[in-house]
Design a protein around this ligand. Structure first.
Ligand code: ARG
Ligand code: GLU
Length: 734
């Protein structure tokens, strides 16, 4: 079925109408690349784009999409040379950079530049995924799915259909297909992908550049972070995906992005092409209220406790700083985002806006509309779920995200249940992966930190949640822990009694046979405690949560469909779901608050203004300062002789868009996306074009660091530098 005929069926002609209205300032929207021609091309051209929708996404010829790579499944990266060179953020490659670091050879601190292919560092488990093509499979997925079905029956039929469609897809040897839901289950698209398995680290600046400003500057403009790193895709001799082998060779891509040396000016067209993770733009007010007033405050509180404990030790001990670097950064990142999100939701009066919108919605319903009563049902369901949702948040934050050993107990639980349900065969299926992952896991755990975190967070759990959500075995009265006393010493004892807290102990256990391994794990006191807690949690709040959530999802599907129908004047685009999207806008500053206006670009001068010798966030390498003092900017300076560092634009991005290319009107790379501005972090829930901006590193800063600071000009030689604005500068002096 053609896209347009499909859209018609789902009452999408709204899009087409919008093409004719004039938007002087677009920005909102994460669009599907295969629909750009029908929905966006005209507007994009009116904003200054010089290429066509077909140049961005084509099934028949090489197009921009063939240079866009899902990096490890959590970030975006792009191919920028004919030899498979990948550019992504420093914070996206940080886990790998940390993995190759030791106190003696600290890549985080000193940076790293491979001098030749042979020096590039392999990364076990790191993948690079291309999207080969995208198909609309809505009618097949929804085949037989009638409105009379319950949430569970509906989902199970959909899952069955998806399974069937996936199995019947005609795929190449290295291809996979994944089918995803859009508009909360109203549309389905299939993505046929090819994943490369040998991705090597090529170069990274020291963290003083790659993470300059660290957590103080994170989510904030003006920004001066050189948040980039280089990797390379390797393939077998037929240019096909292969596991790491020293015989693999650099991959030859279908397309790679040329690099614009001409920079940006306010008003310039830009787009960002990548894999945004998750947004929730079409929620009812009651859901936003719950995020704002219940869930975010709980998450913020838990993370603050956990981060303070890690920070205390990381500042004192170089080894701990390396061990906890990536974990800390990722926990701190979401923590700060939730704070910004809550401020922004309040400032943009998101609840009042939603309320007004819902009133309009209700007033537009005709007599006997199938949507009458829908919002009442939704409100009722959210009221019922709120207590369970809060308990679930505490439980998951503490046991699965903040405390390392408790999260590892869930890995062991998978092993135990594999043995108990499927015997030795089931056990052996997952054991090798778990066994080889153990070393990596324990390498980065410091027991005193884990104990302190668990003790403090368990205290929060017990004190903040209603008693009914605390399992008997952890109640203060069961353990004889006084009202104001912390759980620290209880956890400390528990870790002492456990034989699962160090790599030596676990590898001793893992050397036994499956039955003995299972028995030893099951009778371990730490494992037993977490297991009992998880059984209790399932019964008292996770199961009721999941069942209410399924009902909510069904109502949300209906509410989203209803919004599409009842607001023909509104621009609708599907929420982010880690699939390939294009967002486009213009380079522009913004007005943050009364009397505060931000420029669109920062310069190297600003890095030096922030420089604090010896500070762990704002220190700089000596050579960097010398180059600045001598103004050695080579061909990378702006026309005013200054070196640009970061710039902002109105592209609508979210987590997962990190590392995504900022692309100019001609399809050239101008920067890489890595963040959003503080005032606009609420854009996942309530986008506001006047203050939402994405932050990108200017590609000329990247090249300057590589070429002039790091003497790794051989990488720049691999790239294709272009002058789309025609302002050719003098060639680099020999
Ligand atoms: N805020 C950016 C993103 O969401 C950058 C995060 C990395 N930086 C950091 N200081 N943790 O990923
Ligand atoms: N830094 C984010 C990431 O890791 C991108 C910024 C955002 O959330 O917009 O994907």
């Amino acid at each position: 079925m053609s896209i347009l005929c499909h859209l018609n069926r789902l009452v999408f002609p709204v899009f087409i109408v919008l093409l004719n209205s004039t938007f002087s300032f677009a920005g909102e929207g994460m669009w599907l690349p295969q629909l750009l021609k029908a929905l966006n091309e005209k507007e994009m051209k009116s904003m200054g784009m010089k290429i066509s929708a077909e140049d961005i996404y084509s099934v028949n010829k090489g197009s921009l999409k063939d240079a866009i790579v899902h990096f490890g499944g959590f970030c975006t990266s792009e191919v920028i040379s004919s030899k498979g060179l990948l550019l992504t953020n420093h914070h996206c490659g940080f886990g790998q950079i940390q993995n190759h670091s030791t106190v003696e050879n600290n890549l985080i601190k000193n940076g790293f530049w491979a001098k030749s292919f042979a020096d590039e560092l392999p990364n076990k488990g790191l993948t690079a995924t291309f999207i080969d093509y995208i198909d609309d499979v809505t009618s097949k997925v929804l085949d037989g799915v009638g409105s009379e079905l319950t949430a569970a029956a509906r989902q199970s039929l959909i899952d069955k259909n998806i399974d069937k469609i996936s199995k019947n897809y005609s795929l190449g040897k290295h291809q996979k297909v994944m089918i995803r839901s859009f508009f909360d289950g109203n549309n389905y698209y299939a993505f046929v992908t090819t994943t490369f398995l040998d991705v090597r680290l090529v170069g990274t600046p020291p963290e003083s550049i790659g993470k300059f400003g660290a957590d103080t500057d994170n989510w904030v403009w003006p920004r001066h972070t050189g948040d980039f790193s280089f990797f390379r895709i390797y393939a077998d001799k037929n240019n096909q995906p292969a596991e790491y082998s020293k015989d693999n060779v650099p991959f030859t891509p279908k397309h790679f992005l040329p690099i614009s040396m001409d920079g940006v000016e306010p008003g310039d067209f830009t787009m960002v092409f990548g894999f945004p993770g998750r947004t929730t733009q079409y929620l009812p007010e009651v859901a936003v209220d719950q995020i704002l007033n219940s869930l975010n405050p709980a998450r913020i509180n838990i993370r603050e406790t956990s981060l303070q404990i890690m920070d205390k030790y990381m500042r004192k001990d170089e080894k701990i700083k390396i061990q906890y670097a990536a974990k800390y950064a990722s926990l701190a990142n979401a923590y700060k985002k939730w704070i910004g999100e809550n401020l922004g939701l309040k400032k943009s009066k998101a609840l009042a806006k939603k309320e007004k919108y819902e009133n309009t919605f209700t007033s537009r319903l005709e007599k006997n509309s199938p949507y009458t009563g829908l919002l009442n049902d939704v409100n009722r369901l959210y009221d019922s779920i709120s207590g369970y949702a809060l308990a679930r948040e505490y439980y998951a934050e503490i046991l699965q995200r903040n405390v390392d050993l408790t999260s590892y107990m869930f890995t062991l639980q998978r092993l135990v249940s594999a043995y108990e349900n499927n015997g030795e065969a089931g056990f052996q299926k997952i054991f090798p992966g778990i066994k080889s992952g153990a070393e990596v896991f324990y390498k980065d755990v410091d027991l005193k930190i884990d104990i302190e975190k668990f003790g403090a967070l368990l205290t929060l759990y017990v004190d903040r949640l209603p008693a009914g959500f605390v399992p008997e075995l952890l109640r203060r009265e069961s353990l004889g822990i006084n009202k104001d006393e912390s759980y620290h010493s209880m956890i400390s004892d528990l870790y002492k009694q456990s034989s699962l807290t160090t790599y030596n102990e676990i590898s001793e256990i893992f050397s036994k046979d499956p039955k003995t391994i299972t028995d030893l794990i099951k009778k371990d006191p730490l494992y037993a405690t977490i297991f009992e807690w998880s059984v209790f949690a399932n019964k008292t709040f996770l199961t009721p949560y999941n069942s209410l959530k399924a009902d909510i999802d069904l109502k949300q599907a209906m509410y989203t469909r209803a919004q599409l129908e009842k607001f023909p004047e509104k621009r609708f685009y599907p929420d982010a779901n880690s699939t390939l999207r294009v967002t486009y806008g213009q380079v522009n500053g913004y007005s943050a608050q009364d009397a505060v206006n931000y420029h669109h670009v920062t310069y190297l001068d600003g890095v030096l203004e922030k420089y604090k010798p010896g500070d762990y966030e704002f220190d700089l390498p000596k050579k960097y300062i010398e180059l600045y003092n001598k103004k050695e900017f080579d061909r990378y300076a702006d026309k005013n002789g200054k070196l640009p560092v970061c710039f902002i634009a109105s592209n609508h991005t979210t987590g997962g868009n990190s590392g995504s290319p900022g692309i100019d009107a001609h399809g050239n790379l101008i920067g890489i996306n890595f963040d959003r501005v503080w005032e606009g972090t609420m854009s996942d829930i309530n986008y506001d074009a006047s203050i939402c901006r994405n932050i990108m590193v200017d590609v000329r800063y990247i090249l300057w660091v590589v070429d002039v600071f790091a003497d790794a000009g051989h990488l720049v030689d691999e790239m294709k530098l272009v002058h789309p604005k025609g302002k050719k500068k003098k060639k680099k002096a020999a």
